[in-house]
Design a protein around this ligand. Structure first.
Ligand SMILES: Nc1ncnc2c1ncn2[C@@H]1O[C@H](COP(=O)(O)OP(=O)(O)OP(=O)(O)O)[C@@H](O)[C@H]1O
Ligand SMILES: [Mg+2]
Length: 287
């Protein structure tokens, strides 16, 4: 139940952010782990920033975050320090100068946002306001259907579910779509699908079709495919070098496919009532 005091705070916050058009919040999620979320989140962020957008990649994998590891960065502060240690979100933002985007790393030993008490929640709300400078915030979530993930997904304007062609990844992708659709009766979510590590285009198309057909038939939700990404050794090379593949391998197939995906996301419009940080506030602080 939402307390009267909280409701007033929420209304004040909504009043303050109503006119803000920015940012567009995109979460990247998956049922199964290790399917490519972090690589998609980071590389998509770089592509958007090269398109002239001001981008923040927020590591929402609060227990096992590794956005900074893939980038070879050791940040001084992370979200754990923000939530529990009196550090401001601005101080936890790391400017990845040569990539032209910012990141906030996740902490370890930090389980559920739901465990935050009222004071911490309010503090986070204050901190989040400082993010309205960004055009795009990409949230890299943890695998599975934990409470954090569902909250991030519902708070986002677009959610990208990633799967690979493996049957276990497909089943788990369906599982997270089911979990989201059960929750989003309250708040409709735009769920998009990327099939990663495909051997050829027809494999990608077939899997995307199968998932969206089943989701449509059994859950009544529309899952739109926004493209596939081929299996490509460049990804692993880049991870080992701790440099994003769009930088190390700008002409690779993975980079080209992700650029098409970025373009499609860029063309998608956000509903007026959900613009900027409004949706985020509704989900996290609306009860
Ligand atoms: N398109 C691809 N081609 C080849 N290998 C890939 C591709 N995408 C991802 N990988 C491999 O999968 C590994 C895991 O990717 P990544 O860390 O982005 O997944 P994740 O979904 O974020 O994992 P976790 O659930 O653990 O957070 C990469 O280090 C890379 O070796
Ligand atoms: Mg990851």
């Amino acid at each position: 139940m939402i307390m009267e005091e909280q409701l007033k705070g929420l209304q004040r916050a909504l009043g303050e952010v109503k006119s803000i058009e920015k940012p567009k919040i995109i979460s990247v999620a998956s049922g199964k782990g290790g399917v490519g979320k972090t690589n998609v989140a980071i590389n998509l962020g770089i592509i958007f920033s090269k398109m002239g957008k001001k981008v923040l990649v927020l590591d929402g994998d609060l227990g096992l975050g590794n956005v900074n590891v893939v980038l070879g960065i050791i940040p001084k502060y992370n979200l754990y320090h923000v939530m529990k240690g009196g550090v401001s979100l601005k101080d936890a933002i790391v400017k990845v100068g040569d990539l032209g985007m910012d990141i906030v790393a996740a902490g370890s030993g930090f389980t559920q946002l739901a465990e935050l008490d009222d004071v911490e929640r309010r503090k986070f709300l204050e901190e989040i306001k400082s993010l309205s400078d960004y055009d795009i915030i990409i949230i890299d979530t943890s695998a599975g259907i934990g409470r954090n993930v569902i909250s991030f997904v519902l708070a986002s304007h677009e959610t990208i579910i990633i799967t690979t062609p493996e049957p276990t990844a497909i089943t788990d992708a369906y599982g997270i779509i089911k979990a989201i659709s059960a929750e989003s009766l309250k708040l409709s979510s735009n769920v998009k699908l990327i099939v990663n590590r495909v051997k050829n285009p027809s494999e990608g198309i077939k899997i995307a079709d199968r998932i969206s057909t089943v989701a449509g038939q059994f859950l009544g939700v529309k899952i739109e495919s926004i493209g596939f990404i081929p299996e490509d050794p460049s990804v692993e090379f880049a991870v080992k070098r701790q440099q994003p593949f769009v930088i190390s391998f700008p002409n690779s197939q993975v980079t080209l496919h992700l650029k098409h995906i970025a373009q499609r996301l860029e063309n998608m419009k956000v509903k007026d009532e959900d613009k900027g940080l409004t949706r985020f506030f509704k989900v996290f602080f609306g009860g």
